[in-house]
Design a protein around this ligand. Structure first.
Ligand code: ARG
Length: 453
């Protein structure tokens, strides 16, 4: 076993089981790029402040770049017993450039180093995820624009309620994903603050220029308390929270896709390329992508809960428990990046059965409210018109007909004020097209909304 960087105080080697248990290299190696970027910025700052000589700084920088290149080309692997990515890079640096390599860690602790790496890593990944969500949202906008006049039932309690359009329905998700993007941007902003210079917990006595290293890393600001800088992980919790809300939204849409693709609804047909079959039942075409997405949301919500429970009892400042934050965050990142592309592809390729949606909108008395509203316009108070319309629905159910099948004569027995114009007033098209209130389903309103995005 190679000698530990902290071996000075110890008189025994670490037990093998402890060594394996303690090591985070197998997973934190994925932050190698951020770790090296952070070290380069720290080194440049040390030189600028005259803390280490410029010649050493140049050698360190060259060494760090060569390590980065060799990792990227596959020449250097993480097959090492280093405790973590930070020690791996530092040991490799000293192996390559000798003595100057030992100066890199001046005025720095792995505690501020890991706090920095995680922020840089999440800044990158949350940016990539924001782009994926934006792409998904753009696809929904396109589908909505093609379905401004695709009438369908809107539901409450999964019972047909009032007619809307598919464009209006999808616009609800467009709004949700818009807020998800805003939340991810906030996460990026909160990650963009440098804790470097916080040291192990109490800063350092070296004349560090924290703003300088932060600026080198493109970070907007520095943390203002060294204890907070090394020990808080709220940016990670916020990321898991924004991710959970996004997953909750895609999960709800998944549930609708699953229902709509059923033979009972038949509102959509999923493309063969985005469906799967059964090993036993030859007729099956299953919405696995939507189901898996619904399932993955549980996993991401689990990540959020794990982080909250992990952090809530930790005294300030750093505790080794916090190493567990990393795999949880990585799981969240991997899951979102895996979910979005197939989900978006499924939506873009699904066939929309407009006739079937419109038929469903015409059934189920989704125009009963509009009939009541029609009578209000004839001068009857709403509570009374609600009752008249309800009685008419009952009348129709008994005869197996819909409101538009009722003759004017029959209508008049419920209210003499009903005229021939009732048929137009309760047509599905009128019910939807008249709802021009801001945020409402009228095609012109939804079109203006979609155009404004
Ligand atoms: N691998 C550690 C982590 O991820 C790095 C920080 C270690 N610091 C310490 N004082 N043990 O949390």
């Amino acid at each position: 076993m190679s000698e530990k960087m902290w071996a000075g105080r110890f008189s025994k080697d670490t037990d093998k089981t402890v060594n394996d248990y303690n090591s985070s290299l197998p997973f934190d190696c994925r932050m190698y790029k951020q770790d090296i970027e952070g070290s380069r910025a720290h080194c440049k700052m040390l030189v600028k402040q005259g803390i280490i000589p410029a010649v050493d700084g140049a050698k360190i920088d060259e060494g760090l770049v060569s390590i980065l290149n060799d990792i990227e080309s596959g020449k250097l692997t993480f097959d090492s017993d280093a405790e973590d990515i930070h020690m791996f890079v530092e040991a490799e640096l000293t192996k390559r450039i000798g003595e100057p390599g030992k100066k890199l860690h001046t005025g720095r602790s792995r505690n501020d180093q890991v706090a920095l790496d995680q922020r840089l890593y999440l800044r990158d990944e949350a940016t990539a995820i924001t782009e994926l969500i934006s792409s998904l949202r753009s696809s929904l906008i396109s589908i909505a624009k093609e379905n401004l006049y695709t009438y369908m039932p809107g539901y409450t309690h999964l019972q047909r309620a009032q007619p809307i359009t598919l464009a209006h329905h999808l616009s609800a998700y467009i709004e949700m994903f818009g807020r998800d993007i805003d939340r991810m941007r906030t996460v990026i902003d909160h990650c963009n603050i440098s804790p470097l210079g916080s040291g192990a917990l109490a800063g350092t006595t070296y004349p560090l220029n924290r703003e300088y290293s932060a600026a080198k890393l493109g970070m907007a600001d520095i943390t203002m308390n060294s204890l907070d800088g090394v020990s808080d992980r709220d940016f990670a919790v916020e990321f898991a929270s924004a991710s959970s809300l996004f997953m909750m939204h895609v999960s709800r849409l998944s549930e609708e896709i699953i229902l709509w693709a059923s033979q009972e609804f038949k509102f959509i047909e999923l493309d063969d390329a985005y469906s799967t079959g059964s090993s036993m039942m030859p007729q099956k075409k299953n919405p696995d992508v939507a189901e898996l997405t619904r399932g993955k949301s549980g996993r991401v919500i689990g990540d959020l809960v794990s982080l909250l429970v992990l952090m809530k009892g930790l005294p300030l400042t750093y505790n080794k428990d916090m190493q567990e934050v990393q795999e949880t965050v990585f799981d969240c990142v991997d899951t979102l990046k895996a979910v979005i592309p197939p989900f978006e592809g499924m939506l873009k390729t699904m066939k929309i059965n407009k006739d079937r949606m419109e038929q469903a909108a015409a059934g189920g008395f989704t125009n009963a409210t509009d009939l009541a509203d029609y009578l209000v316009r004839k001068g009857i108070p709403f509570r009374s018109t609600h009752e008249i319309s309800g009685k008419l629905v009952h009348y129709c159910i008994e005869r197996g007909i819909s409101l538009s099948d009722v003759s004017l004569e029959e209508f008049k027995t419920f209210s003499p004020l009903i005229e021939n114009d009732v048929y137009d007033a309760i047509s599905i098209k009128t019910c939807v097209d008249k709802r021009t209130v801001a945020g409402g389903p009228a095609p012109e309103t939804v079109k203006a909304y979609l155009d404004s995005l």
